[in-house]
Design a protein around this ligand. Sequence first.
Ligand code: IPM
Ligand code: MG
Length: 359
Amino acid sequence: MGVAKKILVIPGDGIGQEVTAWGQKVLSAIAENFKHEFTFEEGIMGHVAIEATGNPLPDETLEKARKSDAILFGAIGHAKYDNDPTLKVRPEQGLLKIRKELGLYANLRPIKLFDELLEASSIKPEILRGSDILFFRELTGDVYFGEKNRTADRNTASDLMIYHRYEVERIARKAYEAARTRRSKVCSVDKANVLEASRLWREVVQEVAKEYPDVETEHMFIDNAAMQLIKDPKRFDVVVTGNLFGDILTDEASQIAGSMGMLASASIGDSTGFYEPIHGSAHDIAGKGLANPLASILSAALMLDISFGLKMESQRVIKAVEATLRQGYRTMDIANKHTENALIMGTDAMGGKVLENLN
Ligand code: IPM
Ligand code: MG
C-alpha cells in the first residue's frame, strides 16, 4: 500500500526556481513508481515574496507549511540586499522565521562524497576518499535569534549569542542517537575557551554524553575544527555544533563532497520537516539553466527517508544520482579539466538524466 503525503514546494529566489523543479519531478516519479500519492502545493518566500507582498514570509505560506507533511525549499537571497545592509526587510528573514515558527531546531547536513566526484574537489583525493560526516547544526538559537542592537548614533552594534540548556540538550540527543546508527563517534564543536555560551554548550553535551557510554565523545574548538576538517576529514563521524559555527563549517565541508551543488539538508524538529540544498540563490548563474539540480534531488531523497520513512524509495533516488555521475554527466560546478565537453550539461539535461536512471 502506498502512502498519501502533502508536500509544500517553496522554490524561493535565484537558482532555487530552477533546481527545486527537479526535486519535485523526482518526488513525482517516485510516487508513480511506488504507487504513493504525493500532492504538491506551492508557496512563496524570500525576495520573490517581498516583491509580491512586501513580506519575506507571507502568512499564507506559513499556513500552508503548517498543514503540509513536508516542505521542499530552494534558496533565498538577492544581490540587491547583500550590497545594501541598510535595507530593513530582507529575504533571509523569511527563512529564519519559518525555521523558528516550525520549531526546526535540528539541521542535518550529511557530507558524503560520491566516488565519481573525487576529482571535483579542491582537496586531494587521498585525503577525501572515504569521508562520511553527518553534521547536526542547531538551527533556532545562537546569535541568529539573540537580541540585536544598534545604538542611536548608529556607531555600535551587537548580536547576543544565547543558548538555553534545553536547546543544547535536544540537539545533542539527536546527534548521539544518530551516532549509534553510524560509527559511534560524536565531535562537539564550540569555543568554550572564550565564550560563556560555549561553556554551557560543552557542559550540557558532557552530561548528555553520559547517557551514551557506547558513543565516543570529542570536544573541539571551532578554529581547530575548521582546520581538521580539511586536514583529515575522515576522522569525523557525527559533528554537533551551534547555529553560526554550523553555518560556516558546513560550507567549508561542502568541499569534501566536491561542490556546494551536491549538498542536501534536512531541518527537523517538532513537526513538519523542511528540506533544502545548502547552496544559496547564486544570482550570478540564476536563470541561465546552469545550476546543479542534484542538491535539490538529494534533498528530496532525505525527505523520503526522514519525513516519510520511505527508505527504499530514498535509496532509489541516491542510486539514480550515483548512476548519472557514473555515466559521466556533470554540471559545470562538478566538472573538471578531464571532463569531455559533451558530458557537461545544464540543469534540465542533468535532471532529465537522473529521471531516466530512476526508471
Ligand atoms: C544556510 C544559509 C542561511 C543561514 C542564510 C541564507 C540565512 O546560509 O542555510 O546555511 O545562515 O542559515
Ligand atoms: Mg549557510
